[in-house]
Design a protein around this ligand. Structure first.
Ligand SMILES: NC(=O)c1ccc[n+]([C@@H]2O[C@H](COP(=O)([O-])OP(=O)(O)OC[C@H]3O[C@@H](n4cnc5c(N)ncnc54)[C@H](OP(=O)(O)O)[C@@H]3O)[C@@H](O)[C@H]2O)c1
Length: 252
Protein backbone atom coordinates (compact mmCIF):
# COMPACT_ATOMS: atom_id res chain seq x y z
CA UNK A 1 0.00 0.00 0.00
CA UNK A 2 1.25 3.50 -0.85
CA UNK A 3 1.27 5.31 2.51
CA UNK A 4 1.27 8.68 0.73
CA UNK A 5 -1.89 7.98 -1.28
CA UNK A 6 -5.12 9.91 -0.70
CA UNK A 7 -7.16 7.46 -2.77
CA UNK A 8 -10.89 8.05 -2.35
CA UNK A 9 -10.43 10.43 0.60
CA UNK A 10 -12.70 13.47 0.67
CA UNK A 11 -10.63 16.62 1.25
CA UNK A 12 -11.97 20.15 1.80
CA UNK A 13 -9.70 22.99 0.66
CA UNK A 14 -10.19 26.73 1.19
CA UNK A 15 -8.46 29.25 -1.07
CA UNK A 16 -8.70 26.77 -3.95
CA UNK A 17 -9.09 29.46 -6.63
CA UNK A 18 -5.44 30.56 -6.61
CA UNK A 19 -1.82 29.92 -5.70
CA UNK A 20 -1.09 27.34 -3.02
CA UNK A 21 -4.75 26.31 -2.63
CA UNK A 22 -5.04 25.65 -6.36
CA UNK A 23 -1.86 23.58 -6.29
CA UNK A 24 -3.08 21.63 -3.22
CA UNK A 25 -6.29 20.86 -5.14
CA UNK A 26 -4.39 19.63 -8.20
CA UNK A 27 -1.91 17.51 -6.19
CA UNK A 28 -4.63 16.04 -3.92
CA UNK A 29 -6.63 15.01 -6.98
CA UNK A 30 -3.47 13.49 -8.47
CA UNK A 31 -3.11 11.49 -5.25
CA UNK A 32 -6.61 10.08 -5.67
CA UNK A 33 -8.70 12.37 -3.45
CA UNK A 34 -12.16 13.77 -4.17
CA UNK A 35 -12.58 17.43 -3.32
CA UNK A 36 -14.77 20.14 -1.84
CA UNK A 37 -13.26 23.45 -2.95
CA UNK A 38 -14.08 26.85 -1.46
CA UNK A 39 -13.38 30.41 -2.69
CA UNK A 40 -15.24 33.58 -3.70
CA UNK A 41 -14.12 33.86 -7.32
CA UNK A 42 -16.22 31.35 -9.26
CA UNK A 43 -14.38 31.75 -12.55
CA UNK A 44 -10.96 31.13 -10.97
CA UNK A 45 -12.35 28.22 -8.94
CA UNK A 46 -13.68 26.62 -12.14
CA UNK A 47 -10.21 27.06 -13.64
CA UNK A 48 -8.87 24.96 -10.75
CA UNK A 49 -11.56 22.33 -11.37
CA UNK A 50 -10.50 22.14 -15.02
CA UNK A 51 -6.93 21.31 -13.90
CA UNK A 52 -7.91 18.29 -11.76
CA UNK A 53 -7.16 14.68 -12.66
CA UNK A 54 -10.04 13.19 -14.68
CA UNK A 55 -12.34 11.13 -12.46
CA UNK A 56 -11.94 13.43 -9.45
CA UNK A 57 -15.38 13.97 -7.91
CA UNK A 58 -15.52 17.69 -7.10
CA UNK A 59 -17.98 20.01 -5.40
CA UNK A 60 -17.46 23.75 -5.14
CA UNK A 61 -18.69 26.29 -2.60
CA UNK A 62 -18.61 29.93 -3.68
CA UNK A 63 -18.47 31.84 -0.41
CA UNK A 64 -16.70 34.50 1.59
CA UNK A 65 -15.53 32.35 4.49
CA UNK A 66 -15.47 35.35 6.84
CA UNK A 67 -19.10 36.10 6.20
CA UNK A 68 -20.92 32.85 5.57
CA UNK A 69 -23.41 32.15 8.31
CA UNK A 70 -24.70 29.13 6.40
CA UNK A 71 -21.26 27.58 5.85
CA UNK A 72 -22.20 24.49 7.90
CA UNK A 73 -25.30 23.99 5.77
CA UNK A 74 -23.26 24.36 2.57
CA UNK A 75 -20.68 21.84 3.80
CA UNK A 76 -23.39 19.42 5.01
CA UNK A 77 -24.91 19.51 1.53
CA UNK A 78 -21.57 18.60 -0.09
CA UNK A 79 -20.94 15.82 2.46
CA UNK A 80 -24.31 14.33 1.56
CA UNK A 81 -23.15 14.19 -2.08
CA UNK A 82 -19.50 13.09 -1.71
CA UNK A 83 -19.34 11.41 1.72
CA UNK A 84 -17.66 12.20 5.03
CA UNK A 85 -14.54 14.32 5.07
CA UNK A 86 -11.14 12.97 6.09
CA UNK A 87 -8.94 15.97 5.37
CA UNK A 88 -8.96 19.76 5.45
CA UNK A 89 -6.41 22.28 4.15
CA UNK A 90 -6.96 25.92 5.12
CA UNK A 91 -5.12 27.79 2.36
CA UNK A 92 -7.28 30.92 2.19
CA UNK A 93 -5.25 33.85 3.37
CA UNK A 94 -4.61 37.55 2.91
CA UNK A 95 -1.41 39.49 3.39
CA UNK A 96 -0.59 43.15 4.01
CA UNK A 97 2.90 44.61 4.23
CA UNK A 98 2.67 48.11 5.71
CA UNK A 99 4.76 50.22 8.08
CA UNK A 100 3.45 50.05 11.64
CA UNK A 101 2.24 53.67 11.47
CA UNK A 102 -0.16 52.60 8.71
CA UNK A 103 -1.51 49.59 10.59
CA UNK A 104 -5.06 50.06 11.89
CA UNK A 105 -7.24 47.91 14.13
CA UNK A 106 -9.33 47.13 11.06
CA UNK A 107 -6.32 45.65 9.26
CA UNK A 108 -5.70 43.24 12.15
CA UNK A 109 -9.41 42.35 12.19
CA UNK A 110 -9.59 41.70 8.45
CA UNK A 111 -6.43 39.58 8.36
CA UNK A 112 -7.35 37.51 11.42
CA UNK A 113 -10.86 36.93 10.02
CA UNK A 114 -9.53 35.07 6.95
CA UNK A 115 -6.21 33.64 8.11
CA UNK A 116 -7.22 32.45 11.57
CA UNK A 117 -10.87 32.60 12.62
CA UNK A 118 -12.56 31.19 9.53
CA UNK A 119 -10.07 28.31 9.41
CA UNK A 120 -10.75 27.35 13.02
CA UNK A 121 -14.51 27.78 12.53
CA UNK A 122 -14.42 25.37 9.58
CA UNK A 123 -12.32 22.97 11.69
CA UNK A 124 -15.09 23.13 14.32
CA UNK A 125 -17.65 22.05 11.70
CA UNK A 126 -15.41 19.31 10.29
CA UNK A 127 -14.73 17.86 13.73
CA UNK A 128 -18.43 16.99 14.16
CA UNK A 129 -19.08 13.25 13.88
CA UNK A 130 -21.78 13.74 11.25
CA UNK A 131 -19.28 15.26 8.80
CA UNK A 132 -16.02 13.44 9.61
CA UNK A 133 -14.60 10.07 8.74
CA UNK A 134 -13.28 7.83 11.51
CA UNK A 135 -9.89 9.52 11.18
CA UNK A 136 -9.09 12.91 9.72
CA UNK A 137 -6.22 15.34 9.28
CA UNK A 138 -6.37 19.13 9.32
CA UNK A 139 -3.59 21.27 7.82
CA UNK A 140 -3.42 25.02 8.34
CA UNK A 141 -1.19 27.09 6.07
CA UNK A 142 0.79 29.45 8.28
CA UNK A 143 3.99 31.22 7.16
CA UNK A 144 7.60 31.62 8.26
CA UNK A 145 6.42 35.14 9.12
CA UNK A 146 4.72 33.46 12.10
CA UNK A 147 8.10 32.62 13.60
CA UNK A 148 10.62 34.99 11.94
CA UNK A 149 10.28 38.77 12.21
CA UNK A 150 9.79 40.76 9.00
CA UNK A 151 9.44 44.53 8.56
CA UNK A 152 5.90 45.75 7.84
CA UNK A 153 4.27 42.46 8.79
CA UNK A 154 2.98 43.03 12.35
CA UNK A 155 -0.63 42.08 11.57
CA UNK A 156 0.18 39.30 9.11
CA UNK A 157 2.87 37.76 11.35
CA UNK A 158 0.58 37.91 14.37
CA UNK A 159 -2.10 36.05 12.40
CA UNK A 160 0.34 33.37 11.26
CA UNK A 161 1.73 32.89 14.78
CA UNK A 162 -1.87 32.45 15.91
CA UNK A 163 -2.39 29.77 13.27
CA UNK A 164 0.60 27.75 14.54
CA UNK A 165 -0.33 27.99 18.22
CA UNK A 166 -4.06 27.51 17.65
CA UNK A 167 -3.43 24.42 15.52
CA UNK A 168 -1.27 22.99 18.30
CA UNK A 169 -4.10 23.36 20.82
CA UNK A 170 -6.59 21.87 18.37
CA UNK A 171 -4.22 18.91 18.01
CA UNK A 172 -4.46 18.30 21.76
CA UNK A 173 -8.22 18.66 21.85
CA UNK A 174 -9.09 16.66 18.74
CA UNK A 175 -6.69 13.69 19.09
CA UNK A 176 -9.36 11.75 20.98
CA UNK A 177 -11.71 12.26 18.01
CA UNK A 178 -9.15 10.70 15.66
CA UNK A 179 -8.18 14.04 14.13
CA UNK A 180 -4.56 15.10 13.62
CA UNK A 181 -3.86 18.83 13.31
CA UNK A 182 -0.69 20.42 11.93
CA UNK A 183 0.43 23.64 10.31
CA UNK A 184 2.76 24.27 7.37
CA UNK A 185 4.94 27.37 7.27
CA UNK A 186 6.18 28.33 3.82
CA UNK A 187 8.58 31.13 3.01
CA UNK A 188 8.18 32.97 -0.32
CA UNK A 189 6.30 30.99 -2.97
CA UNK A 190 5.54 32.10 -6.55
CA UNK A 191 1.84 33.10 -6.27
CA UNK A 192 -0.30 36.25 -6.77
CA UNK A 193 -0.01 37.11 -3.02
CA UNK A 194 3.79 37.31 -3.45
CA UNK A 195 3.62 39.41 -6.61
CA UNK A 196 1.34 41.91 -4.82
CA UNK A 197 3.72 42.09 -1.86
CA UNK A 198 6.76 42.68 -4.10
CA UNK A 199 4.90 45.54 -5.84
CA UNK A 200 4.30 47.14 -2.41
CA UNK A 201 7.81 46.89 -1.01
CA UNK A 202 9.81 47.83 -4.12
CA UNK A 203 12.68 46.20 -6.02
CA UNK A 204 15.47 46.66 -3.45
CA UNK A 205 13.57 45.15 -0.54
CA UNK A 206 12.33 42.33 -2.79
CA UNK A 207 15.94 41.62 -3.85
CA UNK A 208 17.02 41.41 -0.20
CA UNK A 209 14.24 38.89 0.53
CA UNK A 210 15.18 36.77 -2.47
CA UNK A 211 18.80 36.61 -1.24
CA UNK A 212 17.60 35.04 2.03
CA UNK A 213 16.29 31.90 0.29
CA UNK A 214 19.24 29.48 -0.16
CA UNK A 215 17.12 27.23 -2.42
CA UNK A 216 15.41 30.17 -4.14
CA UNK A 217 11.72 31.01 -4.16
CA UNK A 218 9.39 28.02 -3.80
CA UNK A 219 6.75 26.71 -6.15
CA UNK A 220 3.17 26.14 -4.94
CA UNK A 221 3.58 22.37 -5.39
CA UNK A 222 6.46 22.38 -2.87
CA UNK A 223 3.90 23.38 -0.25
CA UNK A 224 1.16 21.14 -1.66
CA UNK A 225 3.42 18.08 -1.38
CA UNK A 226 4.03 18.81 2.32
CA UNK A 227 0.26 19.04 2.80
CA UNK A 228 -0.28 15.70 1.07
CA UNK A 229 2.22 14.09 3.44
CA UNK A 230 0.37 15.54 6.45
CA UNK A 231 -3.02 14.39 5.12
CA UNK A 232 -1.81 10.87 4.34
CA UNK A 233 -1.21 7.76 6.45
CA UNK A 234 2.53 8.38 6.06
CA UNK A 235 2.23 11.02 8.80
CA UNK A 236 -0.09 9.07 11.11
CA UNK A 237 2.16 9.70 14.15
CA UNK A 238 2.46 13.46 13.55
CA UNK A 239 0.16 15.94 15.22
CA UNK A 240 0.65 19.38 16.77
CA UNK A 241 3.66 20.07 14.57
CA UNK A 242 4.58 23.01 12.37
CA UNK A 243 6.32 21.84 9.20
CA UNK A 244 8.61 24.57 7.87
CA UNK A 245 8.82 24.47 4.04
CA UNK A 246 11.03 27.41 3.23
CA UNK A 247 14.03 26.61 1.02
CA UNK A 248 16.28 27.28 4.01
CA UNK A 249 14.96 30.79 4.77
CA UNK A 250 14.60 30.32 8.53
CA UNK A 251 17.88 28.38 8.88
CA UNK A 252 19.86 31.68 8.76
N1 LIG B 1 2.74 32.94 -1.50
C1 LIG B 1 3.60 33.01 -0.51
O1 LIG B 1 4.75 33.40 -0.68
C2 LIG B 1 3.18 32.55 0.86
C3 LIG B 1 4.18 32.40 1.84
C4 LIG B 1 3.83 31.98 3.10
C5 LIG B 1 2.51 31.70 3.39
N2 LIG B 1 1.55 31.86 2.44
C6 LIG B 1 0.17 31.58 2.82
O2 LIG B 1 -0.36 30.59 1.95
C7 LIG B 1 -1.77 30.79 1.81
C8 LIG B 1 -2.11 30.86 0.33
O3 LIG B 1 -1.41 31.93 -0.24
P1 LIG B 1 -1.30 32.16 -1.80
O4 LIG B 1 0.02 32.72 -2.04
O5 LIG B 1 -1.74 30.94 -2.52
O6 LIG B 1 -2.38 33.34 -1.96
P2 LIG B 1 -3.35 33.76 -3.17
O7 LIG B 1 -2.84 33.21 -4.47
O8 LIG B 1 -3.59 35.20 -3.02
O9 LIG B 1 -4.67 32.97 -2.80
C9 LIG B 1 -5.41 33.30 -1.67
C10 LIG B 1 -6.67 32.46 -1.66
O10 LIG B 1 -7.44 32.82 -0.52
C11 LIG B 1 -8.79 32.96 -0.92
N3 LIG B 1 -9.48 33.91 -0.04
C12 LIG B 1 -9.00 35.10 0.42
N4 LIG B 1 -9.94 35.70 1.17
C13 LIG B 1 -11.03 34.89 1.17
C14 LIG B 1 -12.32 34.98 1.76
N5 LIG B 1 -12.70 36.02 2.52
N6 LIG B 1 -13.21 33.96 1.56
C15 LIG B 1 -12.85 32.90 0.79
N7 LIG B 1 -11.63 32.75 0.23
C16 LIG B 1 -10.74 33.73 0.41
C17 LIG B 1 -8.71 33.50 -2.36
O11 LIG B 1 -9.88 33.16 -3.08
P3 LIG B 1 -10.96 34.19 -3.67
O12 LIG B 1 -10.28 35.50 -3.91
O13 LIG B 1 -11.47 33.49 -4.89
O14 LIG B 1 -11.98 34.24 -2.59
C18 LIG B 1 -7.53 32.68 -2.89
O15 LIG B 1 -7.99 31.44 -3.38
C19 LIG B 1 -2.09 32.07 2.58
O16 LIG B 1 -2.55 31.73 3.86
C20 LIG B 1 -0.75 32.76 2.68
O17 LIG B 1 -0.69 33.60 3.79
C21 LIG B 1 1.86 32.28 1.18
Amino acid sequence: MNQFSLKDRIILITGASSGIGRSCSVECSRSGAHLILIARNEEELQKTVSMLTPGTRTETIIADITNAENLEELIADKVSILGKISGFIHCAGIEKTLPLKKHTAQIYTDIFAVNVISGFEIAKILSLKKYKNETSSFVFISSVAGVVGEIGKAAYSASKGAVVSGARSLAMELSRSGIRVNSVSPAMVHTPILEKMFENIGEDAAGEILKKHPLGIGQPEDVANACIFLLSEASKWITGSNLVVDGGYSAH
